[in-house]
Design a protein around this ligand. Structure first.
Ligand code: ZN
Length: 565
């Protein structure tokens, strides 16, 4: 069904509660394993209906944030979400405690039961009011950022529209764009400090009420960490320092030479080449035509996927007034349809929509037939493998978008993938420190960020740049406010994506087949399980980063520098 023809109707909390209670009773009254399973499958169908309505209202809201109807719908679901989580957990607990559990375990994955255990640790109905307060604070942060109206270049721009100027070849324009951005954030500096402070406190309160020392443990459960601990993350951090930070220094030094600046400032960071960064050629219509060609040549699976997406209007990528900023991929399970939202702005980021976001959508398409919703999607670091690897698997078609600039694109993409890892690591590290010492003042938190930036990104100079030099850089990072501990996921996924990339340089077909096999497994395994079954190294083993760092460094070194002007 085409997106424009999909009807929307609110699923009320009363309806949800009534149906869920019926199914709960069915589960508890089951006389044999078949009846228990039937209740479970019926519950999955029902939860798909809820997810579809919520996704649909969210999509419609982001397509036009000035549409009062969907503003109200979004607020309604935000409000009842913790209560839905409560109901969901109650049902899952009934499954978990079923007297037919042994027989159920033969039919269902052990992982499903493990994840129920983790969900129990992450939630209790007594913290619902705190969760609602947390949602309210996050919404406030969202609204604040969306309200940005920045006068620049004779126009009124939002934060994402300003992004393009930050990679201008004229250094003064880049600097001015950063200053304009900083002006907005500084004007709201106190608000940004107090919102985060309140979030840290409310999250700490929830953790304590659930019996944890601080929010870190609860944060891990909320992210459904089912196969690694904070000690593993600490190991990963050490490997980043050992293998990636030195390479990132080299890469940034070379960039400094290339763009011909005496001192490498934060506002030089986005400009890769003196002649300008690689930009996609042509209007969005042309970009989509090329995207269609790319996916039809890549594999039969991607061809079928792309045709499905285009026939059913499942991309909305053109910026317009009222549309929310950013980009995402989501799904409408009742229609077995993914949906991709973006704002094209004429930078290489537009192509990421066709590779990264489409990578997520492709994964959701491949796993659409699992009846059990938990089997369709793995934990988030694994979802990011789908998307970040697709960015590399589509390399052979980059000339369709960037023409003579495709070498510049690939070079910047690979070096950017490496230099992203230290940044992503400190976003995560920062949160560990903050939640372990929740009593820290906003100023102490800024000092923590400054120290981490010096340790992991020593090449980045922010001297004389208000906002940035004050250790406030992280206040732009949405996840720190909205999704605690969701960031190391990108670093872990990037490592695995680089492993796929390294293999694809030697045997593309074999590497792609491994990717397809892994992606088709959806959420039926843990992150480390999926990585291992694809024959790749876990990022928690030293070998993974060591190997990709070496191969990527050589590739960059061997690159014909004449092409990089
Ligand atoms: Zn992603």
């Amino acid at each position: 069904m085409k997106f424009s023809q999909i009807p929307y109707k609110r699923v009320t909390f009363e309806e949800i509660e009534k149906k869920a209670n019926e199914l709960l009773k069915k589960m508890n009254d089951a006389k044999n394993v078949k009846e228990a399973l039937d209740a479970f499958y019926e519950y999955n169908e029902f939860s798909d209906k809820i997810s579809t309505a919520i996704s649909m209202s969210y999509i419609k809201f982001t397509l036009n944030t000035e549409d009062d109807f969907f503003v109200t719908e979004k607020e309604y679901y935000d409000e009842i979400m913790p209560k839905i989580q409560d109901i969901d957990l109650k049902f899952k607990l009934a499954l978990y405690n079923s007297k037919f559990k042994d027989d159920l375990k033969k039919e269902l994955k052990d992982l499903l039961f493990l994840n129920i255990e983790i969900s129990m640790k992450a939630f209790d109905s007594k913290i619902i009011p705190h969760m609602q307060e947390e949602n309210r604070l996050v919404n406030e942060y969202d609204k604040l950022l969306a309200s940005a109206q920045i006068e620049f270049d004779g126009k009124t721009l939002n934060l994402s529209q300003l992004g393009k100027y930050k990679q201008n070849t004229d250094r003064d324009i880049r600097k001015a764009a950063y200053e304009a951005e900083a002006g907005f954030y500084l004007k709201n500096g106190e608000k940004l400090d107090s919102l985060y402070d309140e979030l840290v406190k409310i999250r700490t309160t929830m953790a304590k009420e659930l019996g944890y020392e601080n929010f870190v443990e609860l944060g891990y459960y909320r992210m459904m960490r089912n196969c690694y601990t904070k000690q593993d993350v600490q190991k990963f951090r050490d490997y980043v320092k050992k293998y990636i930070v030195p390479i990132a220094m080299d890469i940034k030094n070379e960039q400094k030479e290339r763009i011909n600046v005496d001192k490498f400032m934060l506002y030089d960071d986005p400009l890769e080449f003196l002649s300008g960064n690689a930009v996609p050629k042509g209007e969005p219509e042309k970009i989509f035509l090329q995207g269609k060609k790319m996916y039809s040549e890549l594999s039969s699976e991607t061809e079928e996927f792309m045709n499905f997406m285009l026939e059913n209007e499942l991309f909305d990528v053109i910026s317009r007034k009222g549309k929310a900023v950013g980009g995402y991929s989501t799904s409408l399970p009742d229609f077995k349809a993914p949906f991709v939202f973006a704002n094209f702005n004429g930078t290489s980021g537009d192509i990421d929509v066709l590779t990264h976001e489409a990578g997520h959508a492709f994964a959701s398409y491949l796993a659409r037939d699992f009846k059990i919703s938990d089997y369709r999607s793995p934990t988030l670091e694994s979802c990011e493998i789908h998307s970040m690897s697709m960015e590399f698997f589509t390399w052979p078609w980059m000339n369709l978008f960037f023409e003579e600039q495709s070498d510049k694109y690939k070079y910047a993409h690979l070096s950017g993938a490496l230099t992203f890892i230290p940044y992503g690591t400190i976003v995560d590290y920062f949160q560990h420190i903050v939640y372990e010492k929740p009593q820290m003042t906003p100023d102490e938190r800024k000092q923590v960020w400054k120290d981490l930036q010096k340790e992991f990104m020593p090449y980045l100079n922010t001297d004389g740049m208000p906002f940035f030099e004050d250790g406030r850089y992280w206040q732009r990072q949405h996840h720190i406010y909205s999704s605690p501990f969701y960031y190391i996921d990108y670093c872990l996924a990037q490592t695995v994506a680089l492993e796929y990339w390294a293999e694809s340089q030697i045997d593309y077909k074999a590497s792609w087949n491994k990717y397809i096999t892994m992606t088709k497994r959806g959420g039926t395994d843990t992150f480390t399980g999926l990585v291992k079954s694809a024959g790749l190294e876990s990022p928690f083993e030293e070998e993974a980063l060591k190997k990709v760092a070496k191969i990527a460094r050589e590739w960059l070194k061997d690159f014909d520098k004449d092409k990089l002007v």
